[in-house]
Write a protein that binds this ligand. Structure first.
Ligand SMILES: Cc1cc2nc3c(=O)[nH]c(=O)nc-3n(C[C@H](O)[C@H](O)[C@H](O)COP(=O)(O)OP(=O)(O)OC[C@H]3O[C@@H](n4cnc5c(N)ncnc54)[C@H](O)[C@@H]3O)c2cc1C
Length: 459
């Protein structure tokens, strides 16, 4: 079995440290968290307690009320679960840019070792490159995001058909619950001053005090937190797993899980979902292959791409055939050309596209099938392919609750041919797969979707 753990510096264990510090950067949960389990394992071995640290700064990319709210809605539950286990908890809210940016280092100064999340994009990725060398104690990164750890794969996979057999070969080994947490030493110190107490009552006030983008409001459809994630999973199992294969491409049927925001913020793990889906399907004699293909094969293909690709926001990351065909058609005339602002304001000539954009503006998500259409049309109506890519990343990362994720960049680049195959050549797209409004109308209930999104806007 490939280990989930990587030691990212060569430092001695501190003999004066008082705890093992778990820095929860992406996996903001207590259960089914291999990184936290590893921190507990190290702490038990050294006879010290664990301190769980979670930070929220005002400086991350597109910091807004939407992301702050979703994340903070999980804090009180995390605090409660950790208290029951005897694990210490610090949640630090850095409200203004002028506020000190050293909370992690202050906590690490009293730690024997640090354990954190191994994650291939966004802030965790850059922290894990920069921070280990600055510490005098060991810094371990643990893959608690994927079912088969990313390090199991030695290179970038070409497509789903190349990674699928590799995953299937080892899946049974990894499809097992994460170790239970049994810390032997309770955290008894007083909670450091930099802790911010969060309750459902004060979230609004805390968000208002932060120097972030207040124009992107919390989602009208998603409440963050562990409880909300569990409710969604249970609802999906009871009502939609049996419908998923038939209806996952019919947005008006609302048959998908809606779990991607919780996966992105780490409030639930893909492992827990896969185990729950497998068990429920066995018990109720259902076939769950469709959902497991997305959750395991597609999602882990995205992590594999993010881990190995030299760039995530450039057309250079595409396979040769896609780069060549796009270059050939980059200057083709466009029937419509929209600016980033026009896209952002859902002001195109196409009511379906506008509804998809409105969905991300209000709910913070776009149904997966229309998300493909959304991306393809940005390619068709942008002045150049490079501009289309930048627009998509901007809109997705600024508004989507599941944005800034390995799935984000992989799926946006999928619209440009990544992990796909050549199709018939046509203007603008070359041999990249194309999607039409007629096709959407034939295959889905476009009008029902437009109505439902418009109603959300009125909430
Ligand atoms: C242009 C574009 C941008 C996208 N951006 C994101 C993004 O920022 N974040 C994100 O998580 N997904 C993204 N996706 C992939 C997909 O649309 C979402 O994962 C899915 O719609 C989430 O809804 P759900 O949780 O109801 O999915 P379900 O259908 O219930 O699937 C369960 C889980 O499987 C995984 N999954 C589903 N589809 C895919 C896929 N195509 N690739 C990889 N994993 C998948 C997700 O983790 C999802 O939560 C994007 C797709 C496109 C075409």
């Amino acid at each position: 079995m490939t280990s989930r753990v990587r030691l990212l510096n060569q430092r001695e264990w501190s003999s004066t440290g008082r705890y093992v510090l778990y820095w929860s950067q992406m996996n903001r949960r207590v259960v089914s968290n291999h990184a936290l389990a590893f921190a507990v394992h190290l702490a038990n071995r050294q006879n010290v307690p664990v301190l769980f640290y979670e930070g929220l700064t005002c400086t991350y990319l597109y910091a807004s009320d939407r992301f702050h709210a979703f994340l903070m809605q999980g804090v009180a539950e995390t605090a409660r679960s950790l208290k029951e286990l005897g694990i210490g908890y610090v949640f630090h809210l850095r409200r203004r840019r002028a506020d000190p940016d050293d909370a992690f280092y202050r906590l690490a100064a009293n730690a024997c070792a640090v354990v954190t999340d191994d994650y291939p994009v966004f802030v965790a990725h850059s922290h894990n490159r920069r921070v280990p060398e600055k510490l005098a104690i060991p810094y371990y990164a643990v893959d608690a995001s994927c079912i088969v750890p990313g390090t199991h794969f030695e290179k970038q996979e070409y497509a789903a058909y190349t990674i699928r057999p590799k995953i299937k070969r080892v899946l049974e080994e990894y499809l097992k619950p994460a170790p239970e947490l049994r810390p032997t030493h309770e955290f008894r110190e007083s909670i450091p001053k930099l802790h911010t107490e969060v309750s459902h009552e004060n979230i609004g006030e805390l968000i208002a005090s932060c120097e972030i983008d207040h124009s992107v409001a919390p989602s009208t459809a998603f409440l963050g937190g562990r409880l909300a994630a569990e409710k969604r999973l249970n609802y999906f199992l009871e009502h939609n797993l049996r419908r998923y294969a038939k209806f996952n491409r019919e947005p008006s049927a609302e048959a998908t899980s809606g779990l991607s925001p919780y996966l992105h913020f780490g409030q639930i793990s893909s492992l827990e979902i896969a185990l729950a889906v497998r068990d429920y399907a066995e018990e109720h004699k259902l076939i769950a292959d469709g959902l497991l293909e997305q959750l395991i094969v597609r999602r882990e293909l995205a992590f594999n791409f993010a881990r190995f690709s030299p760039s995530l926001d450039s057309l250079d990351a595409l396979p040769n055939w896609a780069r060549a065909t796009l270059a050939k058609h980059d200057s083709d005339p466009r029937a419509y050309v929209y600016s980033r602002d026009q896209f952002e304001q859902a002001a195109t000539h196409d009511a379906l596209w506008n509804a998809a954009q409105t969905e991300v503006l209000t709910r913070g998500i776009i149904h997966g099938y229309y998300r493909m259409y959304w991306g393809k049309k940005i390619i068709e109506w942008s002045a150049s392919h490079a501009e289309a890519l930048a627009t998509m990343i901007y809109l997705n990362d600024r508004y989507a609750l599941d944005g800034r994720d390995p799935n984000t960049y992989t799926n946006i680049l999928w619209c440009f041919g990544l992990h796909d195959r050549p199709w018939t050549e046509r203007p603008i797209f070359g041999m990249i797969r194309y999607m039409t409004l007629d096709g959407m109308r034939r295959k889905t209930d476009v009008d029902a979707y437009i109505r439902s999104v418009t109603q959300t806007r009125l909430l």
